[in-house]
Design a protein around this ligand. Structure first.
Ligand code: FES
Ligand SMILES: [Fe+2]
Length: 450
């Protein structure tokens, strides 16, 4: 595609996106190259691979990878494909192993990815097998941010810390709040959904607008806290539209929340159980992270780490990746997060809340899935796809904040983070390499800081 054509797909200044970007094959192939083979992608949590030889399988774009804890405790990631005739090497989702052995002809690889053993090597290769060249293809960069393991195919990409950039300050509210750290409660759970990957990603980046409407029935049934409960139907009788914060950070990441300290647990069966734990932890969080984030802790929040790692990190505690499987399909991988030192009953309350809301059969998950599916499908129409979609809410009302990183909009309901998401997406598609991206990634929402 021509640069000019690509540049026309997103109009950040006015808040429009072309509908082509949700179904077009050529754009999708470019995304695999310039978004998924270039950005840091979430792989797994360290708590799921604590020991040498522990592994999890993962996806990076459409590439299957193996994430493996090494003998020296470092973590490496490899393409999950045998170097002989290409078969998928490991079919298990996770486990512990001393070697990965291929089903097809029995080639066997060490946990460091090197080719270790080949059946009938002496007899059939007669000393001519270039074994050292036949190790598994490695993911160029693997790094961990406070237990969260990411991989990046591009050796030129900035470090993970630089890539997370301003978003790391917000993420710390959830991943570095208490001394014992975090863990995933098993998983991932998986399902497929016929939708474009960007729709749920932008939703988690900043769509507080849909909550009261899409989830009205679910909120009516489950929500106990008056703040979140009051969102039913997007009425003006509650103050959610003007409360809270909505933030775009560099590299297209987005974050928004209600900063009341407790709304995150409004969907628990017995919020008082987790509320007691939050109250107990709050001074610890304040000590570690300061006033702002001690108030964020416990508040309902949504976020997306560009491109496809999303979370509702408080109360619901869902973390997920929207893996692309073509322009109109995704594989959703979902984990529930807990704090290691949480009392058992609080962990159980968290797991239970996660499952009933955003597990694969969760009530809220189903609400969202339907919208994502139809918003994608409708763009297949020959005439429809020539149109565009609008995300101009709050245009020009975000700005620098004296204490908070990123571009900040007062009020959780806005579309600043979504505009920022598409602006960075477009910058990646146009840029030939990371050096060009870095120069452009001042973030978002052109005009917001003018
Ligand atoms: S394809 Fe794996 S051993 Fe032949
Ligand atoms: Fe939703």
């Amino acid at each position: 595609m021509e640069q000019r054509e690509l540049a026309g797909l997103v109009d950040t200044a006015h808040g429009f996106q072309s509908r082509r970007i949700f179904h077009d094959e050529a754009i999708y192939r470019l995304e695999l190259e310039r978004v998924f083979a270039r950005c840091w992608l979430f792989l797994t949590h360290e708590s799921l691979i604590p020991n040498s030889g522990d592994f999890q399988t993962a996806l990076m774009g459409e590439d299957r990878v193996l994430v493996v804890r090494q003998a020296d405790a470092s973590i490496r990631a490899f393409i999950n494909s045998c170097q002989h005739r290409g078969n998928v090497l490991c079919h298990a989702d996770s486990g512990n192993t001393r070697a990965f052995t291929c089903n097809y002809h029995g080639w066997s690889y060490g946990i460091d990815g090197s080719l270790a053993a080949v059946p009938l090597e002496a007899e059939v290769y007669r000393g001519a097998l270039p074994k050292a060249e036949l190790g598994l293809m490695q993911v160029a960069q693997v790094a961990s941010y406070k237990g969260f393991v990411f991989g990046c195919f591009d050796p030129q990409a900035p470090s993970l810390a630089d890539y997370l950039g301003e978003m790391a300050w917000y993420l710390d509210t959830y991943v570095d709040a208490v001394p014992g750290g975090t863990e995933f409660l098993g998983g991932p759970m998986k399902y497929r959904l016929p939708c474009n990957w960007k729709l749920p990603a932008e939703n988690f980046a900043g769509d507080g607008y849909h909550v009261g409407w899409t989830h009205a029935a679910a909120l009516m049934t489950m929500a106990k806290d008056p703040h979140v409960g009051g969102m039913q139907g997007n009425t003006t009788q509650n103050s959610v539209a003007t409360d809270g914060l909505h933030v775009a950070t560099n590299h297209g990441h987005g974050f928004s929340l209600l900063d009341d300290g407790y709304s995150g647990i409004a969907l628990h069966d017995q919020p008082e159980v987790t509320a007691a734990w939050l109250t107990e932890q709050r001074p610890v969080v304040r000590e570690r992270l300061g006033d702002w984030r001690s108030r964020f802790f416990g508040s309902h929040c949504n976020l997306n780490v560009f491109p496809n790692f999303s979370a509702l990190p408080m109360g619901v505690n869902t973390f997920r990746v929207w893996h692309p499987r073509g322009p109109a399909e995704i594989e959703v991988w979902i984990w529930a997060l807990a704090y290691r030192d949480m009392p058992g009953e609080v962990k159980e309350a968290t797991r239970h809340c996660h499952m009933k809301t955003f597990g694969t059969a969760g009530l809220f998950e189903g609400d969202d899935a339907e919208n994502m599916q139809y918003a994608t499908d409708v763009c297949r129409g020959h005439v429809t796809r020539a149109g565009r979609m609008y995300s101009g809410m709050g245009l020009g009302r975000g700005g620098a904040h004296p204490e908070l990183p990123g571009t900040v909009h007062q009020g959780a309901i806005a579309e600043l983070a979504q505009r920022s998401f598409y602006e960075f997406w477009q910058q990646l598609l146009v840029a030939p390499d990371w050096s060009a991206v870095a120069g452009l990634s001042t973030h978002a929402a052109a005009g917001e800081r003018a």
